[in-house]
Every structure is written in C-alpha cells, then in structure tokens.
Ligand binder design. Structure first.
Ligand SMILES: *Cc1c(COP(=O)(O)O)cnc(C)c1O
Length: 357
C-alpha cells in the first residue's frame, strides 16, 4: 500500500514562516487542485489562521463551506455563468473578475445581496486579467452595481517570481501600481516566490501556495533551504529483494543491464500511483540511505539498486519524497516542478494526516 502522510504540523510551521515574512498583512492560503494534491479539507481545517482561501472553482469552495470553513473563499478563475451568482451569494464566495464578459454577466443578473469581487489586472502574464484600459472600465461599471461590495480588492499575478533576478517582475509590479494607485481598496500581488524574495510585492494580501506545502518555488533551492518543512511524505514498501548477476536485465524494455552482481529491491509504487514514469537519476530513501532507481518505472513498481543498503528487508518502508528526500530533487530528475508531482498523486494512494511536533 502506498501512503501519503500529510504532516499537518509541517503545514502549520510553513504558514508561520509566511506569517513571519508578511507581518500583519492578510494571508490567502492557495488550496486549489485539492490543496496541491494534499487534500482540500484537511489542509483548510489545519489552517484556522488563514485570512482567506483561494480555490479555482465553485465546487471546491462549496466543499469547504460544507465542512464549516468560515473564512472568505475566493474563486480565482472559474466564474463564467450567471447561475453561479446565486451559489456565490448563498455560500458567501468571492469571485475574481478577469475578463469583461464577466462584468456583463453581473450587469445582466445584478446580485441581490452584496457579492465580494476581486479585480485582476493584466500586467504581463497574458493568461487571465484585464488590460489597463479594460480594468478602468470594469471598475467603473462595477461601481454602478449596488449588489457588489465596495471597495473591490485589486490583484495581479507575476509570471517570473520563481526567478527573483528577472527584470520582468519589476515591470509587472510597476505597471500594477501605475494603474491601481488611482483606485481605493486592498491590493494583492505576491505568490510564494514573491513572498520569499521580494518585499516590494508585499501589499495588503499575499497568496502563498507551494511554500505552504514545504516546497521551494526557486530552481536550485529546496524548501528546507528556505526554512520550510515538507508536508507530503510519499511512502511505499519494499516487496522483493533479489540478488542479480552481472549482465542480468531489469524491467520493461530490458533497458537496464547489471554492470556487476548486485542486490536489487522492488518497491510497490509506480506511475499508477503518480510516481513519474519519465525520470532519470532519481533515488529513494530506505533506512535513511539513498538508493538509485534502476530500469524503467512500471505502473505498480520500481526497482532500486540496494548495494548501499544491503541490510534492507521485505516490508521496509521506502520514502519516495518527503523528509530527507526533497520532492524538488525528484521533480528535477523528472524534468518537471514539485507542483506537478504533488498534484498528480493518484487516488489509490492512501492519504493519512499526521502531526509530528
Ligand atoms: C496558484 C496561485 C498562487 C500561488 O502560487 P505559488 O507559486 O504556489 O505560491 C497565487 N496566486 C494565484 C492567482 C494563483 O493562481
């Protein structure tokens, strides 16, 4: 059985790291995509001090309300239909307006009670957001609607905050101030990368995601380097130990050929659990010893070289990522980012909350 131990004390520690960096500014914990794969409800319940939660869609937000979450919840991207207005009012959900068509929906279906709205400015990412002239127009039109809470919260999103030296950051921040300084209301710019590297981005609201889960947004740095603790520990079991001979092949495609007589372990985890299939140079942690993968990743298993851990036995726990083996290292070996690995752990993995103080 593959297990994902979700260390809620690490989560709270990481939240405290954010708190120490941002002082009394408001913190919106980003918990979209099932809290980056950690479990929406357990993460929300473990963060009573979050000033708000950010999700992508209304169903995620309704789940949160149904378990009794009382903080503000902001729908970051997926308000796009008139029917959603009554849900937002009923469950007290805030929406982000990032396109003019959304303003039109509100004008044609004026909310009966005050709806909370964040207005998103396009400053260079060119994904979602209103261009400066559209932003001004949207702001004016929303002022005319009595069913919209005033003032609006004004936000933007940075494209390169994982690269603090990139001058694009400064350009985006400058444009944001240039446009929004004329308007009242709280402002919000910073995600994890910005919170950790750029005090200039710390405005009324910050929006940490990945750092809450203990991973680093920066290439070449781990969460631990930044004082964070990994929240997800992905653990599987050694289910076979085999003595192979020089020249023996391992796994599909007979890709790997033993360069010497060697002890090899088979671990019950594979891409069916969300372990990345395309990966080179990765290791696992068994009895505190790093052992490299050999051969291809299968759906249900992987093979490791046990030369350095000859005392390993069937039944031993193996850490795929987590404490002692940063998910960032595995992500790098898989040519991706920690965000993706954390989000793609599959349903057959058993999730369990733990609390190591
Ligand atoms: C996901 C998201 C964040 C959090 O980003 P991290 O890099 O995980 O900190 C912040 N703001 C918006 C709009 C997001 O979609």
């Amino acid at each position: 059985m593959v297990r994902a131990h979700i260390d809620l004390s690490a989560l709270r520690h990481n939240f405290q790291v954010v708190r120490n960096l941002v002082g009394s500014r408001s913190i919106m914990a980003m918990i979209k995509a099932d809290a980056y794969g950690h479990g929406l409800l357990r993460v929300a319940e473990a963060l009573p001090e979050a000033d708000a939660f950010g999700v992508a869609s209304i169903p995620e937000a309704i789940h949160l309300r149904e378990i009794g979450v009382t903080q503000p919840i902001v729908i970051m991207s997926r308000f796009d239909r008139a029917e959603q207005i009554s849900l937002c009012l009923h469950y007290q959900l805030a929406i982000v307006i990032h396109q003019l068509y959304q303003v039109e929906i509100l004008e044609q279906n004026p909310p009966e009670k005050p709806l909370s709205v964040w207005l998103k400015l396009e400053t260079g990412m060119h994904r979602l957001g209103l261009l400066p002239e559209e932003f001004t127009e949207a702001w004016r039109r929303l002022q005319c609607l009595s069913g919209i809470q005033k003032p609006l919260t004004l936000m933007t999103h940075l494209a390169c905050s994982d690269d603090p030296e990139n001058s694009f950051n400064h350009k985006q921040i400058q444009l944001f101030h240039q446009v929004t300084d004329y308007f009242p209301g709280p402002k919000s710019i910073a995600n994890s990368g910005a919170i950790l590297s750029n005090p200039e981005t710390l405005t009324d609201w910050v929006r940490p995601g990945i750092m809450l889960y203990g991973a680093s947004p920066f290439a070449g740095k781990t969460g631990e380097d930044l004082g964070l603790r990994p929240v997800m520990n992905l653990i599987a079991e050694l289910i076979a130990v085999r003595q192979l001979r020089q020249g023996d092949y391992i796994g599909y495609g007979a890709d790997y050929r033993c360069p010497k007589d060697m002890m090899v372990g088979i671990i019950a985890i594979g891409y069916g659990d969300g372990y990345p299939r395309h990966i080179t140079g990765a290791s696992v942690l068994i009895n505190n010893i790093l052992c490299p993968l050999v051969g291809r990743v299968s759906m249900d298993m992987i093979a490791i070289d046990l030369t350095l851990a000859p005392n390993s036995q069937v039944g031993n726990a193996v850490i795929l990522w987590g404490k002692g083996l940063p998910v960032e290292h595995i992500a790098k070996c898989a040519n991706t980012i920690s965000y993706e690995l954390l989000c793609q752990v599959t349903r057959r993995v058993e999730f369990k909350s733990t609390n190591h103080e």
